[in-house]
Ligand binder design. Structure first.
Ligand code: NAP
Length: 255
C-alpha cells in the first residue's frame, strides 16, 4: 500500500448531522472514502438520503442513514445513542445540520426565532452532549461544528441565523476547554458562500453577480472544499488544534 492509498479514518465511526444534501453529503462521502463507517441523519428528504446510501453502497462504502430532527433534544439523543449502539463507538461528530431563513427582525415571530435557534444552535448542544459519554469512555474523539461567516460579521435579515452561528462559535470554544483533557478536540468551520440548496434556492442572476463581486476568489465554494476542511480538523493532522475556527470563505473574512 502506498501513502496515497492510506485511509486516514479507517476503523473510525463518524456521525454527520444533515448529511443527505449539500455540505453534509460531501462530508459523509469524504469520510467514507477515507475508510470510516459513517452514519448521517436527514430531516425530511428521504429520497436524497436513500440516493446517498445507494451511491455509497455501490462504491463499497459504509454509509447508513437515519431520520432525525436534531432540533429536538429527544431525537438528537436517540440518533447518537443508536449510532453508538450499532457501531460500538463514536470517533467523530460533525454538527452540520442547519436551516437558513430570511426575515427582518421587525417582522420576526417568536416561533421563527426559536425554529432557527433550535435547528442551528440547540442541535449542536444536543448532539454534542449525547456524543460525549461514548468519546470519554473510549478515551477521545473529535467534534467539528459547522458555523458560518454570518456568526462572525452578522447578516441583515438573518439575525436569528447569525445569532445561532455566533453561538456555535462560542459553544465550540467553551466545550473545547471542557473536554480537551478527555482527549476530545472540538473545532469549527466557518463556510462563506457554498453552492448548495441552502444558498442557491431562490437566488437570481443579480445575486450571483453580487456574490462573485464581493468574494475575493470570485466564485462560490464547493461542498467538497468544505469537506476537506472538516476532515482536516477531525483528523490526525490537526492533533494540536483545539477550539479553533477555520474560515473557508474564498477570502470574504480576510480583512
Ligand atoms: P442544505 O443543502 O440545505 O442541507 C441541509 C441538510 O441539513 C439537509 O441534509 C437537511 O435534511 C438537514 N437538516 C436541516 N434541518 C435539520 C434538522 N432539524 N434535523 C436534521 N437534519 C436537518 O445546507 P448546506 O448548505 O449544506 O448547509 C450545511 C451547514 O452549513 C448548515 O449548518 C449551514 O448553516 C452551514 N452553512 C452553509 C453555507 C452555504 O453557503 N451553503 C454558508 C454558511 C454556513 P433534509 O434535506 O432532510 O431537510
Amino acid at each position: 500500500m502506498t501513502d496515497l492509498d492510506a485511509k486516514t479514518f479507517a476503523g473510525q465511526v463518524v456521525l454527520v448531522t444533515g448529511g443527505s444534501r449539500g455540505i453534509g453529503r460531501a462530508v459523509t462521502l469524504a469520510f467514507a472514502r477515507q475508510g470510516a463507517t459513517v452514519t448521517f441523519c436527514y430531516h425530511s428528504d428521504h429520497a436524497a438520503a436513500q440516493q446517498l446510501c445507494d451511491e455509497g453502497n455501490q462504491a463499497g462504502l459504509r454509509i447508513t442513514a437515519r431520520q432525525a430532527d436534531v432540533s429536538r433534544a429527544d431525537e438528537a439523543a436517540a440518533l447518537v445513542q443508536q449510532t453508538v449502539a450499532a457501531a460500538g463507538r463514536l470517533d467523530v461528530l460533525v454538527n452540520n445540520a442547519g436551516i437558513f431563513l430570511a426575515r427582518p427582525v421587525l417582522e420576526m415571530s417568536d416561533a421563527e426565532w426559536n425554529q432557527v435557534l433550535h435547528a442551528n444552535l440547540s442541535s449542536v448542544f444536543y448532539c454534542s452532549r449525547a456524543a460525549l459519554p461514548a468519546m470519554i469512555a473510549q478515551g477521545g474523539g473529535a467534534i467539528v461544528n459547522i458555523a458560518s461567516i454570518a456568526g462572525k460579521r452578522g447578516s441583515a435579515n438573518h439575525a436569528h441565523y447569525a445569532a445561532a452561528k455566533g453561538g456555535v462559535l462560542a459553544f465550540t470554544r467553551s466545550l473545547a476547554r471542557e473536554v480537551i483533557d478527555r482527549g476530545i478536540r472540538v473545532n469549527a468551520v466557518c463556510p462563506g458562500r457554498i453552492a448548495t440548496d441552502l444558498l442557491l434556492d431562490g437566488a437570481d442572476d443579480a445575486e450571483h453577480a453580487r456574490w462573485r463581486a464581493d468574494t475575493p476568489i470570485r466564485r462560490l465554494g464547493t461542498p467538497d472544499e468544505l469537506a476537506a476542511a472538516v476532515l482536516f480538523l477531525a483528523g490526525p493532522a490537526a492533533s494540536y488544534i483545539v477550539g479553533e475556527t477555520l474560515d473557508v470563505d474564498g477570502g470574504l473574512l480576510m480583512d
